[in-house]
Design a protein around this ligand. Structure first.
Ligand code: PHE
Length: 494
């Protein structure tokens, strides 16, 4: 049994200045490439509407539950993930380390994708004054020219470094207070353009009419409902920034005056809303442009990095000079979303070392810690960037001079490999252990005070939260792990 007077951090390690600042930062962490890029294409691949429905249910019964758990764990202990787990659990102490390693691994490819956005802003700015670049040509040029990919990744990392070194209130909160409203306005502009394209309605049907993905000829066959469930769970976790230490960390910087349930609900709603809006901004435009140019619907590239960097760029290119302006708006929007998420990942890694120094009674050096963390991430990210999505001849197995064993589907490139390790395996494991720890080891009651502090949460909410934490979340996580293993090792169970 853990003791209910878990040692709480009393050191002054910075905090959010206001609840709005916290909320925008947490929403900033949640809203990222996962929403703007992952959500639309996973929705498409998984048969459109069914995916959306399952996603919404999961957001309520799993996403909200873990969100509240992470914020409560962070705020109660006043620590980042490593020390927070240590403070409350005997058996699951080590899980906190997962929440440091995972954001680190995610950053090694997130920074590369963030860099790609910077490159696309640059080429659209150039397009404004001359010829607009074609999507495919630009994409191939970028990924097969390592110095470009590495260069833009490093620019992305320097931006993150600069924000994080300025602290929680002075860096992270400030960026999000301006970045999030700006992102929302830009998203609306892009949606209006997307929906006014001829044939945009086909894209909308693809998203919202049950069965239309297959009926409309976009995909031959929708995956089974169990596979969709696993895809949606993985997507939901990633999109809500869960099981990566990020929300524990942000929770640890939140004032006791604020309501955790209210904030959790708002974060989940905002993130889901932006995911759906991003879908409406991206999919109808991509589909309409394809149809208008005579591309058969099943050949419109709606999946993978191509969706943004090829298909959508072609939409902008097709519009001529005005397209350059939309291209700039769109990629700045994606860049802001990527930065606001990346800084929460950098913070989740850094906070452990900051907490550690203060635990030893030393004055923690944020600048030094953030500098080292960003430098090490950049070093590993160089490999991912130079690999160029497997196009430059040193994908994981090739790198060791071996051919990939047959059946593996994650060996294609370093980006997939890092994603498989972090999002595919470590994330569901972390969430599973967290649910077992809260549900069965220390018991949901342990957090009752914390959840009630600053809120008017009653016993109904506590009961719902405890029940889901004990039963629903673990079952969902075990299911995700099974489906992931099946995919990675090509077992062919489903
Ligand atoms: N939620 C972010 C996205 O949707 C990614 C992220 C995951 C950020 C985990 C922080 C922690 O892209």
């Amino acid at each position: 049994m853990a003791n209910n007077n878990a040692p709480a951090n009393t050191n002054d390690r910075g905090s959010f200045g206001s609840n709005l600042g916290f909320l925008l930062s947490a929403v900033g962490s949640a809203v990222g490439l996962g929403n703007i890029w992952g959500f639309p294409f996973k929705m498409g691949k998984s048969g459109g509407f069914t995916f959306l429905l399952i996603y919404l249910l999961l957001a309520v019964f799993v996403g909200f539950i873990i969100m509240l758990g992470e914020l409560a764990l962070g705020r109660k202990t006043g620590f980042g993930p490593v020390n927070a787990y240590k403070a409350v659990s005997k058996r699951f102490k080590w899980v906190g380390w997962l929440a440091v390693i995972v954001p680190f691994l995610v950053m090694t490819f997130y920074s590369v994708l963030g860099g790609y956005c910077i490159y696309y802003i640059i080429i659209n700015v150039i397009g404004l004054f001359g010829k607009m670049p074609g999507g495919m040509d630009s994409f191939v040029h970028m990924i097969t020219t390592p110095w470009i990919s590495i260069g833009v990744m490093l620019i992305f990392m320097v931006i993150c470094w600069f924000i994080n070194r300025n602290g929680v209130g002075g860096g992270i909160e400030k960026f999000n207070e301006i970045g999030m409203p700006a992102l929302f306005v830009m998203l609306i502009i892009v949606i209006i353009r997307s929906l006014t394209m001829p044939n945009a309605i086909e894209g909308l049907k693809f998203m919202f009419v049950p069965g239309y993905a297959v009926k409309g000829g976009f995909i031959a066959e929708a995956p089974g409902v169990w596979t969709v469930l696993a895809t949606a769970t993985g997507q939901m976790f990633f999109s809500l920034s869960l099981a990566m230490g990020a929300m524990i960390t942000y929770g640890s910087y939140l004032s006791k005056k604020e309501s955790l349930p209210k904030n959790s609900v708002l974060i989940v709603i905002a993130d889901t809303l932006v995911a759906i809006l991003a879908g409406i901004a991206v999919i109808p435009a991509a589909v309409a442009n394809g149809i208008n140019n005579g591309v058969p619907v099943n050949e419109i590239a709606l999946g993978g990095p191509k969706l943004l960097f090829v298909t959508l760029q072609d939409v902008f290119t097709g519009m001529g000079t005005i397209g350059a302006i939309f291209g700039i708006i769109f990629f700045v929007l994606v860049l802001i979303a990527a930065i606001s998420s990346a800084i929460s990942l950098v913070e989740a890694v850094s906070v452990t070392f900051i907490d550690r120094a203060s635990a030893k009674g030393k004055e923690p050096s944020r600048v030094r810690t953030v500098t080292i963390v960003c430098a090490v991430i950049s070093l590993v990210a160089i490999l991912v960037a130079a690999d160029g999505l497997g196009s430059n001849g040193f994908a994981p197995w090739q790198f060791f001079g071996k051919a990939a064993p047959s059946g593996f589907d994650w060996d294609a490139d370093w980006l997939d490999f890092m994603d498989m390790l972090s999002e595919g395996v470590a994330m569901p494991l972390g969430a599973l252990f967290m649910a077992i720890m809260i549900g069965w080891e220390i018991k949901p009651r342990f957090f009752e005070d914390e959840i009630k502090t600053g809120s008017n949460a009653g016993s109904g909410l506590m009961g719902f939260w405890g029940f889901c934490m004990k039963f629903i979340v673990p079952i969902a996580m075990v299911w995700v792990l099974i489906v992931q293993l099946n995919g990675f090792f090509g077992f062919g169970w489903f």
